[in-house]
Design a protein around this ligand. Structure first.
Ligand code: URP
Ligand code: ZN
Ligand code: ZN
Ligand code: ZN
Length: 475
């Protein structure tokens, strides 16, 4: 037969177009698009469904050891299982360098952690915490060349942060080597000052995390990151942007022609600081950095998704169990906010939330949904056009959605290993009915359909959008 699999009668949606056509798949790739295709071993009827590129979750944390003894709930098996069930076919978690560790050793460590476990495809961003001469002159140039073409740096957290001089050195290296730099932009000293002040006033409940991690501290660090990148003349991407203060800085930079990209996450659309203010210690469930802000911030984030200030929509899945001495309760139920592990789960709910709240409620259109959740991350991180689109020659990574089906988010129905979701009880419209990764069905009706090990490691090219201004067109 001509095709291994044929997806018939669906409505194809890409970042550019929406049209009715069949998709022919052979050896895990899309080999034909057209009407009335015939001749396949397996035919999937997509009548009434939207056929979109599988989601790319370009910011998630899996099996990442933390300095303070907290243990992430999800490894590469449970994390990618959860991703697959939510319509995501590629994840880009982090390979984090510990201070004193070589970057090469960090990357090898994460290969061991992921080997044979993933249900969907994965690449790595590195986290650079110790930019020694060897790291900057030897390891990073070699690793970028070998398919690890993006990395994250931090302006806060004592065990992760770089000073401005280190940031400049890293940016200069990225410019020379063509890597994409992601920045966690919060001002460490502002946070430390506010944390001590709040603590001295007895304000230690989870809610006060949101006051310590002020939007002003986020704005300052965002502006500083942009300025350092402008000085070096290299693109950067600001991750997990929470509200209008940082958005204004990014828009200002973009308006001046700088290649500054932005990412946001479901928590900044769906949660506010009020969600950290709950009975007892429950607010710890929503402690993440930057914290969710207020309804006006949510509105600003929607606007930036709609008008193009943001290119990427990721989960920032950072999974800690709530009722667990290795999770949110690491230091007990009365721990001060700054001892609560930062992060919330979201791999499985990311697409459904943006679909329902964004597309169904007509805040963004379907092509923008695809751009934000698949196509742009593929371009920005060097996976395009293998991933992130529906085109001849691309991997057959597809997710078929019923745009009218109702679902209520229930943690017991999710496939991560976290004991809660911040979105419990949320009613959504639209859900993934079938998801394929390289032509193989990985989930059906929100349930996993493939064994651990289907997912393959992906080498990322040097991304076009990481090139300095004037050297090639961005997008
Ligand atoms: O609170 C968060 N976001 N934790 C995950 C680590 C990070 O900075 O993205
Ligand atoms: Zn971060
Ligand atoms: Zn993160
Ligand atoms: Zn303390």
């Amino acid at each position: 037969t001509r095709f291994d699999t044929l997806i018939k009668n669906g409505r194809i949606i890409t970042a550019a177009d929406s049209y009715d056509a069949d998709i022919g798949i052979k050896d895990g790739r899309i080999v034909a698009l057209g009407q009335g295709l015939e001749g396949a071993d397996e035919v999937i009827d997509a009548q009434g469904l939207w056929v979109m590129p599988g989601g790319i979750d370009a910011h998630c944390h899996l099996d990442q050891p933390l300095g303070d003894g907290a243990v992430m709930a999800d490894d590469f098996l449970t994390g990618t299982r959860s991703a697959a069930c939510g319509g995501t076919t590629t994840v880009i978690p982090f390979a984090a360098q510990q201070k004193g560790q070589s970057l090469r050793a960090a990357v090898e460590d994460y290969h061991r952690r992921s080997e044979g476990k993933a249900l969907v495809d994965y690449a790595f961003h590195m986290i650079v915490t110790d930019p020694t001469e060897t790291v900057l002159k030897e390891e990073l140039p070699a690793l970028i060349q070998e398919g690890y073409s993006s990395f994250k740096i931090y302006l806060t957290y004592d065990d992760l942060k770089l000073n401005d001089r280190e940031v400049l050195e890293v940016l200069a290296m990225a410019r020379r080597e063509g890597g994409m730099v992601m920045v966690h932009a919060e001002n460490a000293d502002c946070i430390a000052y506010l944390t001590e002040l709040l603590e001295s006033q007895g304000k230690t409940a989870p809610y006060f995390h949101s006051e310590a991690h002020s939007a002003i501290a986020e704005r300052e660090a965002t502006h500083r990151a942009i300025s350092l990148a402008e000085l070096i003349d290299v693109p950067i991407l600001i991750v997990h942007v929470s509200g209008p203060e940082a958005i204004e800085q990014i828009r200002w930079a973009q308006g001046r022609g700088l290649r500054v990209y932005g990412e946001t996450c479901p928590q900044y659309l769906m949660l506010t600081a009020e969600d950290l203010d709950q009975e007892g210690f429950e607010g710890a469930k929503c402690v993440c950095s930057p914290p969710p802000r207020d309804p006006k911030a949510q509105e600003a984030v929607w606007q930036a998704l709609e008008n193009g200030v943001f290119q990427v929509f990721s989960s920032d899945h950072a999974p800690f169990r709530y009722d667990d001495p290795q999770g949110k309760k690491l230091h007990g139920e009365d721990a001060a906010f700054h001892h609560v592990p930062n992060g919330i789960p979201g791999l499985e709910t990311r697409l459904a939330i943006l679909f329902s709240e964004g597309v169904v409620k007509q805040r963004i259109d379907a092509t923008r949904f695809v751009a934000l959740t698949a196509t742009n991350p593929a371009k920005i991180y060097g996976l395009y056009p293998r991933k992130g689109t529906i085109a001849i020659g691309s991997d057959a990574d597809l997710t078929l959605w019923d745009s009218e089906a109702k679902m209520t988010v229930r943690n017991e129905a999710l496939h991560h290993a976290v004991d809660y979701t911040p979105y419990e009880g949320l009613e959504l419209t639209g859900r993934p009915m079938l998801t394929l990764c390289r032509g193989r069905v990985v989930s059906r009706g929100g349930e996993p359909m493939v064994d651990a090990g289907h997912g393959r490691f992906l080498k990322c090219d040097k991304p076009q959008p990481a090139r300095p201004r004037g050297s090639a067109k961005g997008f």
